[in-house]
Design a protein around this ligand. Structure first.
Ligand code: NAI
Length: 331
């Protein structure tokens, strides 16, 4: 099949080319938007990532140009209008599991860095400043860590944190026995917010989880809480976080995702400026640590993403069905 690959970074091209099984791959650096979708002309499939626009208008235009499959290189599919895809007769495929370890380990890396301030220590030591003032952390052992979303990634987070000796609270509409087996106790969101020293978000973005962490949630949290978000940016209302950080209600924050990340992440803006004032404000806090949606970024995950993406396309070509279809609730 002819596949138009959008939002291509050099590593995407490298890993997809390695996994390819006879398809024609056309790589475009551009994000898929209504302004760039003509690049897909002549393609049978588009291969898209998390910040590509797969809303109703783009999908309708892709269908008109003959695209029959959207192969996502992600697990999350909150950015796809599935109803529009079904109406247009376009199949959607995703990579449901590529490495929960990659994301879980990054969440833990953020937690440890934010707590022990190794990012600040690194810079200090290189400048010959060996003072410890401002680097004080706390023992994770014995702390209550609330995990919101205990699917594949949340489960690995629970396993790792149980090894640290944390007390685990979990919140998820579906209980995961593997989390209970490592000592997690399921609780309502209110209890988790009120009692956790650290809260880590591992749930998908859905209408229910949109701005799950808003001003009302911040008001319920234990004062000085640490919040980690490696799920999707819009699960958190960044303005509410800023207010919480300013009042001291929120002690520290690590984000790998940001609601408006589409105009920022996956590109080098170091010679430009940041026009998003909310993001710029977040960057001014010493107790905020941000990475640019890199939790998935391991060799193992890139290999699995490329292999599953190609397998989805090959299965669609062979059977008219991708290996891992995504359908709307109504479909
Ligand atoms: P999963 O589908 O295995 O688990 C998600 C869990 O969240 C499920 O157990 C589900 O029941 C639960 N959930 C749904 N609604 C909830 C709610 N309202 N409150 C609490 N829990 C709720 O998904 P997986 O693989 O663990 O991934 C989770 C999310 O992580 C993805 O949807 C994606 O948004 C994000 N992600 C981020 C990456 C990154 O690079 N930063 C990479 C991969 C995934």
């Amino acid at each position: 099949m002819r596949i138009a690959v959008f939002s291509t970074q050099p590593y995407d091209a490298e890993y997809l080319a390695k996994a390819n099984a006879g398809h024609e791959l056309f790589f475009f650096e551009a994000r898929l938007t209504s302004g760039t979708m003509q690049l897909a002309a002549g393609a049978d499939a588009v291969c898209a990532f998390v910040n590509d626009d797969l809303g109703q208008d783009v999908i309708a235009a892709l269908a008109t140009s003959g695209v029959a499959l959207i192969a996502l290189r992600s697990a999350g599919f909150n950015h796809v209008d599935l109803v529009a895809a079904e109406a247009a007769g376009i199949s959607v495929a995703r990579v449901p599991a590529y490495s929960p370890h990659a994301v879980a380990e990054h969440a833990i890396a953020l937690m440890l860095t934010l707590n022990r301030k190794t990012h600040r220590a690194y810079n200090r030591v290189r400048e010959g400043n060996f003072a410890l003032d401002g680097l004080l952390g706390f023992d994770l052992c014995g702390k209550i860590v609330g995990i919101v979303g205990t699917g594949q990634i949340g489960e690995v987070v629970a396993r790792i944190l149980s090894g640290f000796g944390c007390n685990l609270l979990a919140h998820d509409p579906i209980e995961n026995p593997a989390c209970v087996a490592v000592g997690a106790r399921y609780a309502g969101l209110e209890e988790l917010l009120a009692t956790s020293d650290v809260i880590t978000l591992q749930c998908p973005l859905t209408p229910k989880t949109h701005h799950l962490i808003d001003a009302a949630a911040v008001a319920k949290m234990k004062r000085g809480v640490m919040l980690i978000n490696t799920s999707r940016g819009a699960v958190v209302d960044a303005r509410a976080l800023i207010a919480g950080l300013k009042s001291g209600a929120v002690g520290s924050v690590a984000l790998d995702v940001y609601e408006e990340e589409g105009d920022l992440f996956f590109q080098d803006l170091s010679s430009s400026f940041i026009s998003d004032d909310v993001f710029a404000r977040l960057l001014t806090f010493p107790n905020v640590l941000i990475t640019g949606h890199q939790a998935f970024f391991t060799e193992e995950a890139l290999t699995a993403i490329a292999e599953t993406t190609i397998a989805n396309v090959s299965a669609f070509e062979r059977d008219g069905q991708p290996l891992h279809p995504v359908r709307s609730k109504g479909g």
